[in-house]
Design a protein around this ligand. Structure first.
Ligand code: FES
Length: 127
């Protein structure tokens, strides 16, 4: 069981839900299940509209590090995945800050998911 907290300017307040780990549900699927509108167009890792920032909470080693090839390509093309982020993910098991909700498989770890509410636009972290 993972606790997933969604935070966005488009939400009245942060929304925290439980997600069952191991049922291969994407972050986008969890959001939809709970009526949380993360922008999404292709739902297949190609458009980048479902961009979210994911922070792993707690002090355990992150689990959801793996990026699909589509996620790598789309994030890179959109400037949200640097070479250093990718190297850290692939060699040091450190997840990059930005992910695609339609590609991210929820694992058994608590996470904070922040998104702007605008397709492909990163959350303004200065707020
Ligand atoms: S909805 Fe297009 S990349 Fe996720």
């Amino acid at each position: 069981m993972a606790i997933v907290t969604f935070s966005a300017p488009s939400l009245d307040k942060d929304i925290t839900v439980y997600a069952v780990a191991g049922d291969n549900k994407t972050l986008l699927g969890v959001a939809k299940q709970h009526g949380i509108a993360i922008p999404c167009q292709c739902q297949d890792g190609e458009c980048g509209s479902c961009l979210v920032k994911v922070t792993v909470l707690g002090d355990k080693a992150p689990l959801a590090v793996h990026l699909t090839d589509k996620e790598k390509l789309t994030l890179s093309v959109n400037g949200k995945l640097t070479k250093a982020h990718l190297e850290n993910a692939e060699t040091n098991d450190l997840p990059p800050p930005y992910r695609l909700a339609c590609q991210y498989i929820v694992r058994g770890e608590d996470i904070l998911v922040e998104f702007s509410g605008e397709p492909g636009v990163e959350i303004d972290l200065r707020r």
